[in-house]
Design a protein around this ligand. Sequence first.
Ligand code: GCU
Length: 674
Amino acid sequence: RADDGYRLWLKYDLLRDAGKREAYARSAQFISIQNNSRASSDPVLKTAAQELQAGLQGLLGKPVPIITSVPNKTGGIILTTGTGAESQSLNDEGYQITRRQNNLVITGKSSAGVLYGAFALLRQVQTLQSLEGIALTSSPKVRYRLLNHWDNVNGTIERGYAGSSLWKWYELPERIDPRYRDYARANASLGINGTVVNNVNASSRFLTGEYLEKVAALANVFRPYGIRVYLSVYFPAPKTIGGLNTADPLDPQVRQWWANKTKEIYAAIPDFGGFLVKANSEGEPGPQDYGRTHVDGANMLAEALAPYDGVVMWRSFVYKADPKGDRFKAAYEEFKPFDGQFNRKVIVQVKNGPIDFQSREPFSPLFGAMPRTPLAMEFQITQEYLGFATHLVYEAPLFKECLESDTYAKGKGSTVAKVIDGSLHGYPITAMAGVANTGSDRNWTGHTMGQANWYAFGRLAWDHTLSSEAIAREWVNMTLTNEPAAVSQITNLMLRSREIYVDYTTPLGLHHIMGYGIHYGPEPWKANASRPDWNHTYYHRADSIGVGFDRTATGSNALSLYAPDVQKLWGNAETCPLPYLLWFHHVPWTKKLSTGRSLWDELCTRYYTGVDSVAWMQRQWTQVKPVVDPEIYADVAGRLATQHKEALWWRDACVLYFQTFSRQPIPAPFKKPE
Ligand code: GCU
């Protein structure tokens, strides 16, 4: 049957190679949860066994019974939790897969660890790896691995491009859409262990009894998959739904209200994960409305959570309408002074870059600058600035570029990844969040290839050392095809896609020149917004001399927020790597770059070759037609055609607009014949 993309990377179709099936089947004659009364009733362990069973039966085409005891039986898979020697090297959610007495043994310290091990074993089979000498040990590098859903009460999704919300609030709690479970399966297969179900621009309705019941119903579905629910909170909720006349975080009544509310939440959801907060940001209310600080607000919520195992994720995404300021510096300036003042249950959630999820950004200068405050990474999976669900952009290289950037906070090698995983500053809590790209579309993400971004986020949240290529290969094998040449071809296309997108939209470090408000298509000319920092001319600063935002000492000096070695890397227009050039420098149109071309010619070259590269992606895709499911093939081919059309739109709009400043001709190779 045609594949509508619903099953994501959990396809479990019969393996085509009968020999391989035989070999795997010899190791998978049964599944057994090691006999111990506590273990056999553990819902997460049961999930692990059931997932393994369903997966293996599909892949191998024969029944794999789940049996209760293993008196010297061999040739099967044993699931076991333990604190024995073999689990010494694991953290709480890690797993180990080994062969013992001719059985495959999946061990975890917790049942969640076993569940992740079960999915890892399935992945081995799906990607056709041998199980013979298998010895896998893996522990997540980050403790809280979350999706953030920007989903609203009315079913819309802020910046969502794959239909409406997965959560049918009007049906909950009575009707449980089977899709909730499939959502949980997909996440658990990646190791995602938490989900914030509502928009950061939060409605206080989610904290009402009526909605808590609905959220609790979701939590009940997610729990057997090791996934906890979290809520975004509307800071003035004590006023809007609590009947108080203030939401001042230092007001005793307000504090009591939050304590009571939190108690009510835990009564409904005993494993509730905690709160995510957007406050005093883009018009959202917050503690500053009462002359208080981010610390006052966050610590108040942390105290409400004190009796429970929950955390506060307080976002640092703030910026002011200051015509003389540089938005780049805003989060740093507001948060850095508070380092060390937050309650130990607070983690400050920082977007990867200083502006807002652009196709390329330098890492946020907060990373490395807050040694005494746990910082969480916030990536955006949904393609708000990356062509929605019509442009093919594989995001792992974008995520990796940020994670591998060196902050030099403690000398060379102080990467952002080491900040986030806690190893650099010894953070007590660690987290990575991805703004989800899921929705009610049959294939979950609109663009089938967008599934790879959900996948890549989850895999990197588990282990940021995985390469973009390894993740892509895995995903392609599990989702599209096992045919080796096609796997390489699609992987290659994916790996190049982000740079291609950068080229035809915002090459050389241009940023924030997309359609105003909608954030789609080009609009570099936007100059009449209600705030200066919402104008796009603010970001590119094109004039008759050149283009780019001078963030060196002669400009906003945002560069000074970074360690000296980073300043050295980006601070000199002669040596600044070209992908970052216009982020930090106002460069003359005539300036000769390291490529041998002038800035103007280089800009045009990128826009033009970017468009040509989309045509290249189309050709690559055509070649894999014979081995990819027809429905998926057609979906992607159609979207690539739109992408090509829109790449032309971007190119022509930007080149012609910037040409009004540069007053130079389009370089010869790209000129259309008269
Ligand atoms: C972006 C996005 C908003 C979102 C905001 C945030 O600005 O466009 O829709 O609310 O980020 O992250 O809070």
